[in-house]
Ligand binder design. Structure first.
Ligand code: FCB
Length: 484
């Protein structure tokens, strides 16, 4: 790339999630979410870590927003905790709503666009005890929760995301068992998948109705984690079929109902013994497929897929989520991260920025009704070291982020309508089943003192934003002052 120009209005931000940063898990009226309960299951989470304190954002929110301002973020993607806003899914909790109301005010005051996600995996435990997402009624409960949040914040928040990565909160939580609620029930995983789609549709409709009544601007969408499933050996039919199945289960089971109003026929055929169709009532797909204003794309790495058993010398699964997710449904195929001899992050995930470009271009080509795209998560975990100068010279993370940002720009040049990039994550935080072991922040958190230190990657990201904005301003002022 020879210059730093981005489409006008391109949005730069950073993302977090409630259960990963807030702490105060049983304060201010909040009750258990499924992650609080899951953390009490022996060996469920690395090091026996819990979200109880996390990075104490609940108490440090104003300072954290000041940090965002210092970095020059234009938008902040955060999630609201259902178990804080409606503990036990009962009546709204004024203290919980007040926390998010103050956060939104603080952001607006700092000229940072609030980008709100309603569900980033933390179902109230009370609902889980009633069947959780495997129970169809949870979709209606979600709609009611969405309405409660909208009634409190809809006067100030314009950008709403219903779900973050439903693949993880359905199949990984209910069928794979590596995430809360830790169930290993294939049929429950599929029910959760469909019911989350339905919940998305019901909430989208409810929010649109409320916004229309009040004549408010509303942008509503969903965030999916999407991958390129690469056959390990493109000449091997077993690998090709495994790649088709993974693409089906991880991408198309989400994209197609949401964008096209259908489930992919080949995947339904693969799932025949689980009788997926019985979960889908007459008007469900119409509810699910209503128009969205944007699609959030989370992408960290591609997936190298094989239909053959693991070779004896293969590195076993490097993450809690790399293999069992698919196993209840697709038999012996698996996903191997390290086998393409690419560098890997501390998660064992391949570093391959070209994959992001490919993905964005593919989505653009394959879905004519695709709404504008935002990269709502991308980033990397590395084993950071605090240097003697007190700084964190995380050059690998910096390189990862800059290379992926470049890949986004290339995809835009290729015709993809990408309108923003949110780095994961603002702060080191509670990385789900990995506990505090894996650090994704562009800002380091000392978990003893809760002190925040901007890493080199954070400084680089701030420079990138500043440069992009300077160039945008120069372009707006006219061609003579624009850098070429
Ligand atoms: C995504 C999650 C996010 C974070 C990153 C590393 O799957 O949405 O919360 O854990 O991975």
């Amino acid at each position: 790339m020879t210059d730093n120009r981005w489409p006008e209005g391109f949005l730069w931000g950073s993302a977090t999630a409630a259960a990963q940063i807030e702490g105060a898990a049983h304060e201010g009226g909040k009750e258990d979410s499924i992650w609080d309960a899951f953390a009490r299951v022996p060996n469920a989470i690395a090091g026996g870590d819990t979200p109880e304190r996390a990075v104490d954002h609940y108490h440090r929110m104003p300072q954290d927003v000041a940090l965002m301002k210092e970095l020059g973020l234009q938008s902040y993607r955060f999630s609201t905790s259902w178990a804080r806003i409606k503990p036990g899914d009962r009546d709204p909790n004024p203290a919980g709503l007040d926390f998010y109301s103050r956060l939104v005010d603080e952001l607006l005051e700092a000229d940072i666009l609030p980008w709100l996600t309603l569900y980033h995996w933390d179902l109230p435990q009370a609902l889980e005890e009633n069947g959780g997402w495997a129970n169809r009624d949870t979709a209606a409960r979600f709609r009611d929760y969405a309405v409660t949040v909208y009634e409190a914040l809809g006067d100030r928040v314009t950008h709403w995301t219903t779900f973050n990565e439903p693949l993880c909160s359905s199949l990984i939580g209910y069928a794979g068992g590596e995430h809360a609620p830790g169930r290993r029930e294939p049929r429950a995983g599929l029910a959760a998948l469909h019911h989350q789609h339905l919940a998305h549709g019901l909430a989208t409709a409810a929010l649109r109705e409320l916004a229309a009544e009040q004549q408010r601007d509303l942008k509503v969408g969903i965030t999916l984690n999407l991958t390129n499933a690469i056959p390990d050996d493109p000449a091997d039919p077993a690998d090709l079929d495994a790649a088709r199945r993974i693409d089906g289960l991880w991408n198309r089971m989400y994209l197609e109902p949401l964008l096209l109003g259908t489930y992919p026929a080949d995947v339904l055929e693969d799932l025949r013994e689980h009788r997926f169709e019985e979960l889908v009532h007459d008007t469900d797909l119409r509810t699910i497929a209503q128009p969205i204003d944007f699609l959030g794309v989370n992408h960290y790495h591609d997936d190298n897929v094989s239909g053959r058993p693991l070779p004896a010398d293969a590195v076993p699964g490097l993450t809690p989520t790399d293999r069992p997710t698919s196993s209840p449904f697709v038999g012996s195929e698996f996903v191997t991260f390290p086998s393409r001899h690419l560098p890997t992050t501390a998660m064992g995930w391949e570093v391959n920025p070209g994959g992001l470009r490919t993905l964005l271009v593919r989505l653009t080509a394959e879905y004519p009704t695709l709404p504008p795209l935002y990269i709502t998560e991308n980033g990397a975990a590395y084993d950071d070291v605090v240097s003697e100068d007190g700084r964190i010279h995380d050059s690998e993370r910096e390189a990862y982020i800059l290379a992926h940002v470049d890949a986004v720009r290339e995809a835009i040049t290729d015709g993809a309508d990408v309108r923003g990039y949110f780095v994961w994550s603002l702060l080191d935080n509670f990385e789900w089943a990995w506990g505090y072991e894996k650090r994704f922040g562009i800002v380091r958190v000392d978990y003893e003192t809760q002190q925040r230190t901007v890493k080199d990657s954070g400084l680089a990201f701030a420079r990138l934003i500043a440069d992009a904005r300077t160039d945008e301003a120069a372009l707006a002022a006219g061609p003579a002052s624009a850098r070429v």
